[in-house]
Every structure is written in C-alpha cells, then in structure tokens.
Design a protein around this ligand. Structure first.
Ligand code: ARG
Ligand code: ZN
Length: 854
C-alpha cells in the first residue's frame, strides 16, 4: 500500500483529551485508554483507531461495554460507528514489552520499560488515530512493582504519586500542551538522576534530570552541560523559552536511532548521553552535545509547532538540524563544523540523491514512513533552511522564524507554511525556491570564467542541471544562491564576496576592473548543496588552498586538488602528486591556522567520495591510488609528521577546543607517519594506544594499527577487547574499528565477528557497529568475491523478523549496483533478489529492496 501526499484529508474525528492507565510489567502490561472524541465537520464516517498487533479486551462507548458486533478490526485498526458528535471511547489491551524486539511502541531495554512512538509506534500501545495532526491533552497514570521500577516518568509535569498493593506504586503525569501521539513517552525502571536546574529568561525555574543506570551517572556531565547551553542558546538566538516545570532525559541501551524529542521526556540512545574521557572520543562528545541540542530544540521546532502529516517531516527535522548545526558551531569552531557537516552531507545525502532511493525533501509517496528518516529529509532539509537564512540575512531570518512560531504555535503545519512565514516575515519571494522541496537530485553547476584583458572584465558563465531521479525524468532550473569571490593572484586578496542568484539554466555574470585574470572562489561556505564543476587549474586550486579567506572554500580547494590527482591516478595517468604534497606542507607550516582546520584540510577524500566522482566505481583501483598517495605524503613529509606527533602530545586531558584540535591533528600525523611505511610506525602507534589517557587518541591509534599487518595490531585489539568487554558502547568501537579497517582480510573478519559471542542482532548499536560500518567501507564491502554483499544480505534476512527498521537501513549500500561494473552489479542484484524471495518480509525491507532493484 502506497501512501501519497496528495491523499491528505483532514481527520474525521478529533481527540482533544486522552487518559491512559498503564499497569506495567515486562511480561504483561495492560493499557486502558479513555479518549474523548469529537466529530470533525459534517459526515457520517466511522471512528477509525489505528492499532498494530493489538486485540481489544474491552471496548466501551460512554461507559457502556460494546458487544462484538458493534466494532470490527480492519488492517489492525478498530472501527466504530458513533451516533453523536462527541463520545468517550475506552479500550483495554494487553502488551508484552519484553517480547517487543522491534523497539517501537512499549519495549524493555536492560531492565527498563520505555517507549518509542515516532513515527507510528503509538498504535502498538493503544488504539488511537495515529497521525500527527491529532493533538490531544494527555493524562497518564502508571503503576508498577516498586522494587523493579522505582522510577516512573512520563511527559509533562508530575502530578501525584502513591503506594499501591503487592509492592506496587503509581504516579500520574499531566502534559498541559496538546501534542500528537508520536510525542507520547513513558519510562519505568531503576534509574539514577543527574539533577540540575535552569532558570529561563522569564525567570521560571526548570528541574532538569538526566536518568541513567546508577553506574553511568559519572558519564552524564557533558550531556547536562550541553542541555543547559542549548536552553540558553535557544533563548538568545531564537527567543524560544522552555515551557514546562521539568525536562527529563533518559538513556537506553537499545534504540533504533539517535534520540527522540518526546515532550518533556526525551529518550536517548545511550551513545548520545554517556561520555567520559576514557570511553568517548571527541567526536562522541560532539555527538552528545549536538543530539542533546537537537532534541531540546525540537521543543519548539517539532513539538510546539508539529507536522501536519509525515510528508512534512523535514519541516521539523531539516529546521532542527539547521538549528543544532549552528548551536554546535557557536560552541566550537564555525569553520570546522561547516566542513564536517558538508562532509556528512556528501557522504550520506549525495549518494542517496543519485541512487534508486532518491526522493525530494518533501516526498510525494511512501510505503513505510520509517524509511524516510533520511539524509535528504534531515541534512539536505537543513541546507534548504540555511539557503533561506543566507538570502534573508540574520535579522530578517529571525523575523521569519518569529512569525512562523507565532502563527503556528499549537498547530500541525506544513513545509509550505514555513516557506510562507519566511516570505511574510522576512520579506522575500521564495516562489522558485520551492522547487528545492519538490525536485530530488543534486543540482550540478558548471562554472566557466573568462577574462578580457582589453576591457578588464571578467565574465562568469554558470549553467545548471538537475539530474533525473526516480519518478522525475524532467527537471526545472532551481534558485541557487552562490557566494563567490574573485582573488587577485598577485596579492592573494579579493574585493569582497558576492551572493549570486543563479535562477536560469544558463546565466552570465560580469565583473569590471580586473587588469589580470583572477582566481575564482565559488560556493563559499558551501552556500548551496550543489556539485560545482569548474575548469580551475591545479595551480589555481593550490593558490586557493593557501590564500582563500573562506575556510570552507580553502578546504574545498585542497580537496579538489587531491581529487584531481587521485582521479588521474585511478585512470592510470601519471598524476602530479607533488602538488598535493606541497599544498599539505604549506598548510602544515602555516602557523596562523587552527590545528583542527589543518587536520580537516590535509585529510584525503574518502574512497567512497572518490567513487562518487566517477561514472564507474572501481573500488580496488580507488583503494590502490589513495593508498599510494597516502604513502607518498607520509614518506615525503615524514619529519613533519614526527615533529607534529611529538609536539602535540598533551600534558593532561582537556576538552577545550585547542586540546581537541591538537588531538585531531596529532592523530592525522600518526596516520600519515604509519602510512609512510617507517619501520617504527606500528611501534609509535602502539605506544600512543597504550599511553593515551583518552579514547580519542586510543581509538585513532587502534584504527591505524587495524589497517596494517603487525604484531601490534593483534596485541592492541586484544587489549582493547579485554579492557572494555563489559562496556557495550565501548565494545561497539572494537567491532566498528575492525569493520572500517583497510585490511585485505576485513571481509573474512566480518564473518567471524558476526559469530562472535558478543555480537547480537537485538541491539541496533551493535548491528550498526559491525554491518553498518562494514557497508561503508567501500573497498572491503565491494570485495570482488561478492562475499561482502552476501554477509550484509544474510544480516538483513536474519534481522528483519526481529527489527525491520534497523534491517531496512542496511539495504541502501546494496542498491548502488548501477555504479559498479557488471560483475559486482550482478552479484549485488542477486543478493537483493535473494532478500526479495524471502516470504513474509517486512514492508520496511520490502520497500527498500524493491526500489533498489528498479
Ligand atoms: N525525531 C527523532 C529525531 O530527532 C527521530 C525519530 C526517528 N524515527 C524513525 N521512525 N526513524 O531525530
Ligand atoms: Zn529530529
């Protein structure tokens, strides 16, 4: 069954209030729901309450028990015909949380009971019209055995609690803000609290709680600080204040994605809460900060203003990612954050946009909405907001946001509502810009610059095209904001940066007063999520890598310089490695640069990114070329690497930006030093591994060793395993490091690790650490034997009956077969067909596999 955006109809019945009573128990929970329902408009259609796997033990209307003939089930939903315009409908159901392996609805994780309702999990808890445009006030009564579940949490504010019979106790929570059911949450368990407080800008005191297993309490400080910083930031930057007396966060070990913004009760994958220097890398710390902020920001962009239907998902996700990106930039380095975010976009969204699963930021149809929590909805969606913000400038963008929040507070809105608020509040015409929501595919912009010495004018000819994507063979030209600057070759400066608005298929821009041909810097700060092709020479790129004052553009010039050399090498041409080595040397020795930026700039483009630059991907050739260049860079600059590695050794651990930057650059130096082939490379890496007082350096050293063949490799993996075997989040790193390794034996190792006693399909983090990481390791996954494809397909088949959402997320790498040569393509298609042949496949996996084969 395909759901279409054009099929949207206002709900037949509304549910202004709901009261829930939970008798909680891991084996058998009962849920009694009392819904006040009101007819919406004039019609005689029945009330339809969605259900997934539920059996009503009792149905009452206005207190009277209905007999079997008065209701029926249709595709899991409970259908009732109601005579009047307002009724009380009551249902009773039983659940078995500990048998819920899908981790949607009410489930058990490590002795806790918790919920996940977005997108359509509430229907696995009780009968309800499970759609985001039904906003209800919730009152929740929960009871449980006090010894096993001493803490009882739900949305909103705590109202009452007490002791019951047989060692049970109970609590009542009320949420005064009407909300869609996907924001419902409860948690019961033996939890300890990191408690703090925040005083809002209007002077209200909010009790903050981060709830974890007692032993994890020391690892919650960073998350708490991130929460308080987020609250202050949203007040300062968007004027948005928190609106309840309590804000709780719970960390759980088994979770399908990062975290969930349930009103007043965020539930997190523990990997985005827990951090200490011994077990978390700097990237993990930043992940905690970013996700805590993301979920907190949803309180306005998502909860106070929610989505009318799931086609509007990017309304809350794209906007909230944009908000968390800017928050993280303000907490650290804008330059580095932008580089990281673009790298993530290119690694995750560009491939999606050029493959069989391409879809617009506002999709037109879906089979399973869970499959649409994608890089396109999230990250490309964020880029759309960023372009609007860029075109408006900060004040007018803020005015547009104020109007949006004001106008739609308490409503379920659409992407169109957001765009209109930006037009009305910001004073801009976004007519053509709306195509960004409609058209899938990454636009390509070709930029050719010509200089006329006689007149002194520079002409920049820009052409754009948007590639065809599934269901969208023809595309219209988009509105593309491009920041450009023209650099004087002699002075290394420019006369200011301009925002060009490319709106036509072909457009020319002229710039007067250039005695000599300048160097073009374009798409500065990555002002638009497009691919730019230009005819800039390696010399021009080297110039920009040394002089561009826009850090992103400077990084980008360096990357393009490297890509050109590598693509040349892959194509069998003799390439000018020296240009890359010189640019890296220059960057390393420029003392004005932030070490964190340097570490980004000197990093070679990933094998997958190189593959994306080619029509036919040859993973072996890419690996060989990149490996050879890395070796050359390592060897030619060996003294520099040694010096940096020795010099940046810290004296004691700190999370300051300077300390993080130093670790990042030091790890890059170690990596190149080992790549140089220096005889003492593995020993130096092992030394770093053993002596590090933090996971950033320890894991980097382990990763470097895992690529090669050495006694140190085996020793380090062993030591790491024995040290962290009892700590699941850290043990994930042991699996992940091996799955990412550039090692000829990786594909066989994956098979072994899949049978390891610590591997389990029931924990999504573990599955992602092994198979998710492996399928992102281009060289290993695309092993010419096809074994990598088989292992991932086997995992999908085994996981689908347990957890279809997580299984479906493993499908996309197999769907990229068109880009690989006929042999690999054949093997990949065969695995997709083998999956498709399995009877009883979930619709999650079915949708992804079918689309991937098209
Ligand atoms: N809204 C959550 C977030 O902030 C993610 C929910 C994902 N749900 C899903 N069915 N995939 O990003
Ligand atoms: Zn989100």
């Amino acid at each position: 069954a395909v759901i279409r955006r054009s099929d949207y109809r206002a709900p037949d019945w509304l549910v202004p209030d709901i009261a829930l009573r939970f008798e909680l128990d891991a084996a058998l929970t009962t849920v009694r729901a009392t819904l006040s329902v009101t007819r919406n408009g004039q019609h005689d259609r029945p009330l339809r309450l969605d259900g997934d796997g539920l059996v009503p033990l009792e149905v009452r209307v206005d207190g009277r028990v209905l007999d079997q003939a008065e209701w029926h089930l249709e595709a899991g939903a409970l259908i009732l015909t109601l005579p009047n315009d307002a009724h009380q409908v009551e249902t009773l159901v039983e659940l078995a949380p500990e048998r819920n392996s899908k981790l949607m609805g009410l489930y058990a994780s490590g002795g806790l009971l918790c919920t996940q309702c977005e997108a359509e999990g509430f229907r696995r808890i009780t009968f309800f019209p499970d759609r985001p445009d039904i906003l209800s006030r919730y009152s929740v009564h929960m009871s449980a055995a006090k010894a096993r579940f001493p803490i009882l949490l739900a949305n909103g504010d705590p109202v009452e609690q007490g002791e019951g019979d047989n060692g049970r106790h109970w609590a009542v929570w009320n949420d005064p803000y009407p909300k869609p059911c996907y924001l419902f949450a409860l948690v019961a368990g033996d939890l300890a609290c990191n408690a703090d407080r925040f005083v809002t800008m209007s002077g209200r005191e909010v009790q903050l709680g981060i709830w974890v297993k007692e032993a994890d309490l020391p690892r919650t400080a960073h998350a708490m600080q991130a929460l308080k910083n987020s609250m202050a930031w949203d007040e300062r930057v968007y004027g948005r204040e928190y609106d309840l007396d309590v804000f709780n966060i719970v960390a759980v070990a088994d979770f399908n994605f990062g975290a969930m913004e349930n009103k007043g009760l965020n539930i997190f994958n523990s990997r985005y809460i827990l951090a200490d220097p011994d077990t978390a890398t700097d990237i993990d710390y930043d992940g905690v900060e970013g996700v805590v902020a993301h979920e907190y920001f949803h309180n306005w962009s998502g909860n106070r203003v929610t989505c009318r239907d799931w086609f509007q998902l990017s309304l809350k996700e794209g906007f909230t990612v944009f908000r968390d990106q800017n928050f993280s930039a303000d907490m650290g380095s804008h330059a580095v954050k932008r580089i990281e975010d673009v790298r993530i976009l290119r690694a995750g969204q560009f491939p999606e946009d050029s493959g069989p699963l391409a879809h617009p930021v506002r999709p037109e149809s879906y089979m399973e909405i869970s499959n649409f929590y994608t890089a396109t909805i999230y990250n490309k969606g964020a880029e759309l907001i960023r372009m609007i913000a860029l075109m408006l400038g900060p004040e007018r963008f803020r005015a547009g946001c104020d109007l949006y929040f004001d106008r739609h507070d308490g409503q379920a809105a659409t992407c169109e509502d957001f765009v209109r608020a930006m037009e009305d509040g910001g004073g801009i015409d976004l007519g053509q810009f709306r195509l960004w929501y409609e058209q899938a595919g990454t636009p390509r912009v070709r930029a050719l610059m010509a200089h006329d010495p006689a007149s002194g004018t520079v002409e920049l000819a820009l052409t754009q095209s948007v590639p065809p994507t599934p269901g969208q063979p023809e595309k219209q030209p988009m509105a593309i904001p491009l920041r450009v600057a023209l650099f004087d070759r002699a002075t290394g400066t420019h006369h200011g940066d301009e925002l060009l608005k490319l709106t036509q298929a072909e457009q020319r821009f002229t710039f007067p007063d250039f005695a000599a041909a300048p160097v073009l810097s374009i798409n500065r700060d990555f002002s638009a999520p497009v691919i730019v092709d230009s005819d800039r020479s390696q010399a021009d790129l080297a110039f920009l890598s040394a002089h561009d004052d826009d850090p992103f553009a400077r990084y980008e010039a360096m990357q393009q310089l490297m890509v050109n050399v590598l693509v040349g090498r892959i194509g069998g041409q003799s390439a000018d490695d020296a240009a890359v080595v010189d640019a890296i040397r220059h960057t390393l020795t420029d003392s004005t640069l932030d070490p964190a930026f340097v570490a980004e700039a000197i990093r070679l483009p990933s094998e997958a990114y190189l593959g994306d630059q080619m029509h036919m991907v040859d993973p072996d050739a890419i690996h060989a070329a990149r490996d050879a260049l890395q070796h050359r860079i390592g060897a030619e600059l060996e003294p520099l690497w040694r010096d940096i590695h020795a010099r940046l050794r810290a004296n004691g651990f700190s999370l300051s930006p300077a300390a993080k930057g130093a670790r990042k650059l030091r790890n890059a130096a170690l990596h190149y030093l080992v790549a140089s082939g220096a005889a003492d490379g593995p020993a130096i890496a092992f030394d770093q591994f053993s002596q590090a007082d933090n996971m950033t350096e320890r894991q980097a050293a382990l990763g470097t060793l895992a690529n090669g063949e050495s006694a140190e490799r085996i020793a380090a993996l062993d030591i790491f395993y024995n040290r962290y075997r009892a700590d699941p989040l850290t043990l994930d790193k042991w699996f992940q490091t091996q799955a990412f390794a550039f090692h000829p034996g990786t594909v066989d190792l994956i098979e072994e690790l899949g049978r390891h006693k610590d591997f389990t399909l029931t924990n999504p983090n573990r599955v992602r650490a092994l198979y998710g990481a492996f399928s992102g390791n281009q060289w290993a996954f695309h092993h010419r034997s096809g074994k990598g494809y088989r292992l991932v397909a086997d995992c999908i088949l085994a996981l689908d009956p347990i957890n279809p959402q997580t299984a479906a997320r493993l499908v996309p790498p197999l769907g990229r077969w068109k880009r690989f040569g006929p042999e690999r393509a054949g093997l990949m298609q065969a695995e997709l067909r083998r999956i498709l042949d399995r009877p009883g496949l979930s619709k999650d996996v079915l949708e992804q596999v079918r689309k991937s084969l098209d």
